[in-house]
Design a protein around this ligand. Structure first.
Ligand SMILES: *Cc1c(COP(=O)(O)O)cnc(C)c1O
Length: 427
């Protein structure tokens, strides 16, 4: 059953248990000159067909300018010819790419929400989403945030960053992995009585309000490269739950000058195996050095199959390279030796996937997507290079705050009781 954009974003998960997808896609634009140059205007044009003509559409320019202006996503050339570049998506408040989608979601929900009705944002995180959502909603009196993260399976600085929020943010350390957290969240949304009583809203990458704005940095980077060189850059994207990569593929479908798309995965192979065999089978999650990508059952594969209903078409639309931990370590060392530049372990999977290409392919124009700042993963990166990573100011400020969290068993009843306690009170 079709719903409008506001409903899709406010509920996050479709009522029948699946994910929201657009009913139709706008026609692609073939010319780069047909897109504006300013980021917030690109965002407006990309998102307005999805938002539609309803009441919220007149607020879209304000929402975009609020969400898109807070921090930049610069392209940094790492070779002399400027053919290999890093797209740095980690200049936001929590130093990972999730900040952009989270700030759009906060700006959007802030506009559509009824100020009389407190909503609860429930978010399962593999390490970075939770902090980004907390940063975007902290102190916002219309919302309360409940974070579920896998205890012991995120980096120490990530754990701190997930637990350092005040007031309206609650952090639950789940004794399980990310898939357990995701299952708990999905179960709570599917529990109609609970989700109505707490006015639950999802903020995972399954929420279109986070997913779709991620197209903006692909648009901005590909347009700027294409206008400068006349060539479409390829993107290599560190991939876990397949939200970020999906946004890139969707941007290409809408006509942006994106060339080849290569997904760089870690040792978690559900998507790699699917592309090989055509059979979709979720896997148990394997813990790796690129922990924010430790996903055994990536939800957005459903959307990938929607975008490419034909399996052969899907296979030719993207490539995937799976990088084991040893390859991640090697990539961190090689990048540092070549450029005196630290990569986070996730970004390192993209560099490793680029290194694994044959020489002719490497000669083309490539953008490696840098999904997090290496200082978030100092315990992985520093022993490999023997050099300390400089901590960016925004991260230092969060690390200086006190942290507190509540332990939770990976049990739907435990989550239900917690939510009833913190989130049903005044509604
Ligand atoms: C979330 C995350 C990823 C994976 O992105 P998906 O959209 O889940 O594929 C990669 N790198 C970092 C640093 C992340 O936080």
């Amino acid at each position: 059953m079709p719903v409008d954009f506001e409903t899709a974003i406010s509920s996050g998960v479709a009522p029948v248990g699946g994910l929201f997808v657009p009913a139709t896609l706008p026609a692609p634009r073939s010319e780069a000159t047909m897109w504006p140059e300013k980021r917030s205007e690109i965002a407006e044009e990309l998102l307005s067909p999805f938002v539609g003509a309803g009441a919220i559409s007149r607020h879209l320019p304000a929402i975009c300018s609020k969400a898109m202006s807070t921090f930049p996503s610069p392209l940094r050339a790492v070779d002399e010819a400027g053919k290999l570049q890093l797209l740095e998506l980690f200049h936001g408040p929590t130093a990972a790419f999730k900040d952009l989608g989270a700030s759009f979601l906060a700006a959007f929900l802030g506009q559509v929400a009824d100020p009389e009705e407190m909503q609860t944002i429930l978010v399962a995180t593999s390490g970075d989403t939770g902090a980004a959502v907390a940063a975007a909603f902290e102190g916002n009196s219309g919302f309360r945030v409940v974070i579920l993260y896998p205890d012991g399976l995120v980096s120490p600085r990530q754990a701190h960053q997930l637990s350092c929020w005040r007031g309206n943010v609650h952090t639950l350390a789940v004794s399980g992995d990310f898939d357990d957290c995701q299952r708990l969240a999905k179960g709570a949304f599917a529990d109609h009585a609970l989700s109505t009583a707490c006015r639950l809203t999802s903020a995972n990458s399954i929420n279109p309000g986070r997913l779709l704005p991620q197209m903006v940095y692909y648009a901005e980077a590909s347009l700027s490269h294409f206008r400068r060189t006349g060539r479409k850059p390829g993107f290599v994207i560190p991939t876990g739950n397949v939200g970020n990569a999906f946004a890139c593929l969707l941007a290409r479908r809408l006509g942006l000058p994106v060339g080849d798309v290569v997904l760089a995965a870690n040792a978690n192979r559900p998507l790699a195996d699917f592309l090989e065999t055509g059979r979709w089978e979720p896997r148990a999650t394997v813990a790796t050095l690129a922990s924010a990508m430790d996903v055994g059952n990536p939800s957005n594969v459903e959307r990938l199959r929607w975008l490419y209903p034909d399996f052969e078409e899907l296979r030719s639309a993207l490539q995937l390279t799976s990088i084991p931990d040893a390859g991640i370590e090697q990539a961190v060392r090689t990048a540092f030796a070549r450029w005196q530049h630290h990569l986070c372990p996730h970004t390192a999977t993209a560099f490793a996937a680029w290194c694994a290409m044959d020489e002719d392919t490497r000669e083309r124009d490539w953008i490696l997507v840098a999904t997090a700042h290496p200082a978030k993963f100092d315990t992985v990166v520093e022993p490999l290079t023997d050099v300390a990573v400089r901590i960016p100011d925004q991260l230092a400020r969060l690390l200086a705050r006190p942290a507190s969290r509540t332990s939770l068993a990976p049990d739907p009843h435990a989550l239900r009781s917690f939510l009833q306690e913190v989130a049903v009170d005044e509604c």
